[in-house]
Every structure is written in C-alpha cells, then in structure tokens.
Design a protein around this ligand. Structure first.
Ligand SMILES: NC(=O)c1ccc[n+]([C@@H]2O[C@H](COP(=O)([O-])OP(=O)(O)OC[C@H]3O[C@@H](n4cnc5c(N)ncnc54)[C@H](OP(=O)(O)O)[C@@H]3O)[C@@H](O)[C@H]2O)c1
Length: 217
C-alpha cells in the first residue's frame, strides 16, 4: 500500500514508517519538504542498520498525501485541522487514520472532549463526503514502537464506521509484529480509546513507569 505519514518527522510517525517500510511504500510528510527528506534519510539509515529492506521517502504533507491509499495523521491535536486544510485539495478516497489524542497537561493529564465527541469524529466532519476515518494506535508508546524491540507486545484498539477501511487498518496493524489489533466498534466510540492515553500517562507519572502501553488479557 502507499502510506502517507503526515507529521511523520515526529515521535510516533517514525515508528510507523520504520515498521511498514519493508512491505509498503512509505512517504513521510512535513510542513517543509527539506525536513522530511533529511528525516527520511535518517530513517533509511536505521532500516539499513537493522538489516531491513524498504525505502522511506520525504515530501511536504500535500505531496505525501496525494495518491496515497492510507493517510495517518501523526500530528498534535491542535494542528490537525491546519494540516487537513493543506491536504484537502488532494483528498479523494484515502483512508484516514487518527491516532490523535486531545489532551492537556496540568497537575495531571486530562482528556479534553472535542465538541464532536472525539478527535476522530471531528476529523471525520472535516473531510470530503465519502471519506472514512479509522481511529487507532492511541495507546502505543512511540519510544517502544521506534525501538523495534521484538520483546515489546501490545494491543491496538481500533474503531471506525466503514468495514473495509477498518479491515485495511486491522491488516496494517497485523503487519507490525509487536501489535495485536482489536476491533472496538464504530467511530462513535473513539473517545473511549482516545481517553486511555491520559490515563496511561497519569499511571506512568504516579507509578514511575516508562512508556506504558495496553495489553488486554
Ligand atoms: N508520541 C506518542 O507516544 C503517541 C502515542 C499515541 C498517539 N500519539 C498521537 O500521535 C500524534 C503525533 O504525536 P507525536 O508525539 O508524534 O507528535 P510530535 O512529535 O510532537 O509532532 C509530530 C509532527 O507534527 C508536526 N507539527 C508540529 N507543529 C505543527 C503545526 N503547527 N502545524 C502542522 N504540523 C505541525 C511536526 O512535523 P513538521 O515540523 O515536520 O511539519 C511534528 O514532527 C498526536 O496526535 C498524539 O496524540 C502519540
């Protein structure tokens, strides 16, 4: 598949790019194409060091998104709408994946419920008619994903309204060996998985745990 990782120069974008590069065509997007190019070179060096095949390419967000099968929005919540505005002219039938968590940090991490009920539903409302959002990967810690540590195993809660789009993302999750996809239901339930991230971060802070993720037993 052609996968565009928008904001792929950041923390969790790296994990997706590295894991999917052997099997898929990965384009990381950035506000600045030069930044994406330099970052993709660094990711390709990491792949070579691990003896992995695949080549990651870097572009501006709009070029990365154009013609992709799947777009994953690895962008902080407050900047997502701006990036969607930039890529809107090239949106057609791509599946949009949202790992986006709207939260703030005061004394504790708190989930900030958007007016649409969740970030994923808000993103769905911004898209052209007929496009589908799948919410996934909120509880995967970027450092663990990027480490390519084979001992790391966790679950990915996935929700969405359109069966084929959700199945595509379930299959892409299976392609990352350390992750087990779990179907959580329709997009209306996205807030239940988005809000697990501040829960995990508070657990980490109060119990001195590093990079916690979730596994359902
Ligand atoms: N980090 C995690 O462990 C983790 C886990 C689960 C879910 N998530 C979710 O994944 C998303 C990305 O998280 P992250 O930690 O990878 O974020 P990040 O590293 O802080 O940022 C990702 C990218 O967003 C772009 N960006 C920053 N400011 C922007 C702006 N004003 N306008 C447009 N783009 C901007 C930057 O790319 P350019 O400068 O190249 O444009 C940056 O590299 C978030 O929604 C987060 O809630 C993160």
């Amino acid at each position: 598949m052609k996968i565009a990782v928008l904001g792929g120069t950041g923390e969790i974008g790296e994990g997706f790019a590295l894991h999917w590069a052997e099997k898929h065509q990965i384009r990381i997007g950035s506000r600045k194409s030069e930044k994406a190019e330099v970052t993709s070179e660094r990711f390709n060096e990491t792949l070579a060091n691990y003896g992995c095949k695949g080549e990651i390419k870097g572009f501006d967000n709009k070029t990365a998104a154009e013609g992709a099968d799947v777009i994953i929005l690895t962008i902080p919540y407050e900047h997502v709408s701006g990036v969607i505005d930039v890529v809107r002219p090239v949106l057609s039938d791509q599946i949009i994946v949202s790992p986006v968590v709207p939260m703030t940090r005061g004394e504790y991490f708190e989930y900030n419920t958007p007016a649409h009920g969740s970030a994923a539903q808000e993103i769905q409302a911004m898209l052209p008619e007929g496009m589908n959002v799948v919410a996934a990967f909120h509880t995967v810690a970027s450092r663990r994903l990027c480490s390519l540590d084979p001992a790391f195993q966790c679950d990915v809660m996935i929700c969405g309204d359109e069966r084929r789009s959700k199945d595509v993302i379930i299959d892409l999750t299976h392609d990352i060996e350390c992750l087990r996809p779990l179907d959580v239901g329709p997009l209306a339930l996205a807030s239940t998985i988005e809000s697990l991230t501040p829960l995990l971060l508070n657990i980490a802070m109060l119990n001195h745990l590093k990079d916690p993720s979730i596994k359902v037993l």
